[in-house]
Every structure is written in C-alpha cells, then in structure tokens.
Design a binder for this molecule. Structure first.
Ligand code: DOR
Length: 447
C-alpha cells in the first residue's frame, strides 16, 4: 500500500480567511509552500499544529517600515525591527531607504540584502531611494531581486532624501516601469510655514504641516503621473481632502493609510505629546472619520505601519527638536483587529488591505493569498482574545508604543514564514530565516 505524502507542517482546526471568504480548511506545507488545502485529518506531517478556534490569515505584509540599518542602529536594526514585526504577526516587510548611507545605489542595496538574509525574522523587500543624482539608474535598480520599487520624499522628514521639485519628480517617474511610492508633503510650503511650530507644543505639528501642504503635493504628484502615464503609490494619507481627490484618480494612484492615522487624533497630543509626532501629522477627528470612510468605499488599497522608531530620549526633546516617527509594525495587527472587533472594518477587508492589496499593487510573486503553490506565510489570530498593549511587549529597540495601556480584542498568536513557525503564543520559536520577497517585475534569474 502506498503511503500518502509526508508534509512538513499541517495547520488544522482553524477557519481560514481568504479572497473567497471564510472556510474551515486544513493547510499542508511542503518545501515552504502550500501543498494542499482541505480535510487533511489522515495526512502525515512532521508537525501538526492544532489551530482550533483560531483564524488563519494570509501573512500580513507591512508595506512601510523604517528599520534604520545601516547607520541609525541605536534606534533599530534589521534583526530587532523584524523581531518586532513577527511578534505582532507580520510575515513580510517593505523597508524604507532613509538609512545612513541611504539606499540609493546598487552597492547600498546589495549591502541591505546581505545584512537581512538569514538574519531578519520575516521576509523582506527594500525600497531604493529616488534622488536627482540617481534618476537615470532607477530603471535598473528597481528591477533588482528583493526591490519593492522606488521611494521618493517630496517633503523632508527623517534623513536627507528629498526631491521637492516637479522637474526632479518628473525625471524620476519618466524612467520607471514599476509603481513608485511617495511621501507627499509640499517642501516649499513646509519651509514657508516653519513659524507655525510652537516650541514645546507638538499639537502645532498639524498646523505647520497642514492639510494644504499634503493636498498641494498630492495634486502635483498625481498631475505628473497622469502626464507621464506612470503608476504611483501615495503613502500615509492623512487628510479628508486628499481622499476625495485620490478617489477620482485611482487609475494612476494607489493609497496607503496607517493604523495611527486611523486610531489617534488631535486630542491625543495632550496625553501623548511628541510620541505621536509623525510626518504627515496625526490630525483632528474629521480627518480620521474621512480615512475610515475611504477604507469603507475602497479608496484605500493598503495599510502600512510606517514603523519609524526613535529612542524615548530623542522623543523627549522639546518640540520641534523631537524627531517625527513612532514604532508601529508590532501593533499593526492587534490595533486593526480591535477595529475589526468594533466593526470598523471586516476581517476580509483587513486581509484585503494587508495581503491581497500589497500583492496586487506591487506584483508580489507567490504571497498574499492562501492558495496551493503560494508561500506558507500565515498570520494566525485569536479574535476573541483581549490583551493590553504595553511598552514591555515591544520587541523594537525603541521599547515604547503610543498604545501603551490600550486594551484590544483580537491578538496575533502565530507567525509562520514559508512554513517556519517563527512566533507561537508570544514566543520566538525559530529565529532569523528571512529571505527576499519575489516580485513579478524583479524576479531573480534562478527561482
Ligand atoms: O514621521 C516620520 N518618520 N515620517 C516619515 O516619513 C519618516 C519617518 C522616519 O524615518 O523617522
């Protein structure tokens, strides 16, 4: 009698959540990929993981993190940042180029890939920073295996990357074939309005970096993309006005929102001060409400955390000396599951925003849904579990979170990356096997 095939891992007893709804289905993994779905009660496996009562989502891909390596590793590094990701249920990240040196050439890019491979706890891709100087090399840089695409800062933030002018953005876009990501705040208006910063008052941050600063830049950017026929991804949208505008320009523009813009608002500066100082800023409740409406009507394509850690000492400098940014990759899943529990969005829409959305926009090969042949990446969650988020739980070097003390319902209990059980019930059980994410337009020569 022939034996059934032996699988590496079988996940059984859970409800899986996918593009086609929720189903009770077992999942078998071989060679890191999904080998079978269905009733696998009789199948053999090296390990069988009982997931009774849990929900299995396609692995959550956090399409915006800053992990600070090389150069700023007192804030974070690729190991600690990715540890924070997997402790929070994230299986893959796109990391930003505003490191030191910035990721603007093939050497710096190769250095990041080699630092990350086998050392990061989740899979990864790196953005290449677009500059005036490297514009004519970006077409080849964006095709490097493990590249998420090109990222451009049109307004200055942490680091020195900046392309403020239309000519610069146009030159960059003209050379590209892939979708490019943008930090959209108008640098000229930011410079004009520096006087709006009130020393010691981070609540003046959204007055300095006002709605018009974001809207003006997004209109310029979309105009250039339409003129050139290029695809753009507008990061961390924070205003009602941009959502109205972007909703009318979806043929070129995809849209990201962050958990903090959906969960924090102007009134929170009083309690949290510079901890919630971010670029673009956390704004008043009317904007938060509009972002939720844009989640509901489909304007928003993805949720990225914009994990941007700084030490607590740095954040305690009086505003505006305090740097902008907060950690967020570890809290993305619990904060958003709590919104699911509160019926602000469905679990299916969450999966759409954090798995299918990244796959669709960036052309990720073999990730983003639970399907045979896809990577065995899973975010396993307990929708009924209530926990309190604390600074102590944070694996980021930052060691703090603006959500300290927040009680949430819905919790990540398992992180599986290409069939490796990396996090289970809050423990790191298999360290450092991260590999580059593959893209349709940047596949390695040998797969
Ligand atoms: O607040 C921010 N901090 N926004 C950004 O765009 C960059 C980030 C950082 O790297 O600190």
């Amino acid at each position: 009698m022939s034996m059934p095939p032996g699988y590496e891992l079988i996940l059984h007893g859970a409800t899986i959540v996918n593009h086609n709804g929720r189903h009770r289905t077992d999942i078998a993994i071989s060679n890191g990929r999904i080998a079978a779905l269905g009733d696998l009660a009789l199948a053999d496996a090296a390990e069988k993981l009982d997931c009774t009562g849990l929900h299995i989502l396609p692995g959550v891909i956090d399409t915006q993190v800053h992990f600070r390596e090389p150069g700023l590793t007192h804030k974070e590094d690729l190991a600690t940042g990715s540890l924070s990701a997997v402790m929070g249920g994230v299986t893959g990240v796109f990391e930003m180029p505003n490191t030191s040196p910035a990721t603007t050439n093939a050497t710096a890019f190769a250095d990041k890939i080699s630092r990350a491979t086998g050392r990061m706890h989740c899979d990864f891709a790196f953005y290449v920073g677009g500059t005036h100087e490297n514009a004519n090399q970006l077409a080849s840089l964006e095709k490097l295996p493990g590249c998420a695409g090109v990222k451009v800062f049109m307004g200055s933030s942490t680091g020195s990357l900046l392309v403020a002018d239309d000519d610069g953005v146009q030159t960059i876009l003209a050379g590209l074939n892939r979708r490019a990501a943008f930090h959209s705040e108008d640098e000229y208006r930011l410079r004009d309005r520096v006087g709006f910063q009130r020393v010691g008052d981070p609540a003046s941050h959204p007055e300095w970096r006002d709605v018009e600063t974001a809207l003006l830049c997004t209109k310029r950017l979309v105009g250039l993309a339409e003129k050139l026929g290029r695809l753009i991804h507008v990061l961390h949208i924070s205003t009602a006005e941009e959502m109205v505008f972007l909703g009318a320009h979806k043929q070129v523009a995809s849209v990201e929102v962050t958990p903090h813009h959906l969960s924090l608002e102007l009134a929170d500066y009083e309690r949290l001060g510079t901890k919630i100082q971010m670029n673009p800023p956390v704004r008043d409740k009317t904007h938060q409400t509009a972002l939720w409406a844009a989640i509901a009507d489909g304007t928003v394509d993805v949720i990225g955390s914009d994990h941007a850690p700084h030490t607590i000492e740095e954040k305690q400098s009086p505003y505006p000396q305090s740097p902008s940014g907060m950690p967020g990759t570890q809290t993305l899943v619990p904060i958003m599951l709590d919104h699911v529990a509160n019926e602000n969005l469905s679990l299916e829409r969450f999966v759409d925003l954090t798995s299918h959305g990244p796959q669709r926009l960036f052309g990720i090969a073999g990730k983003g849904r639970i399907a045979r042949g896809y990577d065995g990446d899973f975010t396993i969650v307990d929708l009924g579990r209530t926990e309190t988020i604390t600074d102590n739980w944070m694996a980021s070097k930052a060691g703090w979170t603006p959500y300290h003390g927040r009680k949430v319902t819905g919790w990540p209990v398992g992180t599986i990356v290409r069939g490796n059980k990396v996090m289970w019930q809050g423990e790191l059980v298999d360290a450092g096997r991260g590999a580059p994410i593959r893209f349709d337009q940047a596949l390695p020569a040998r797969i």
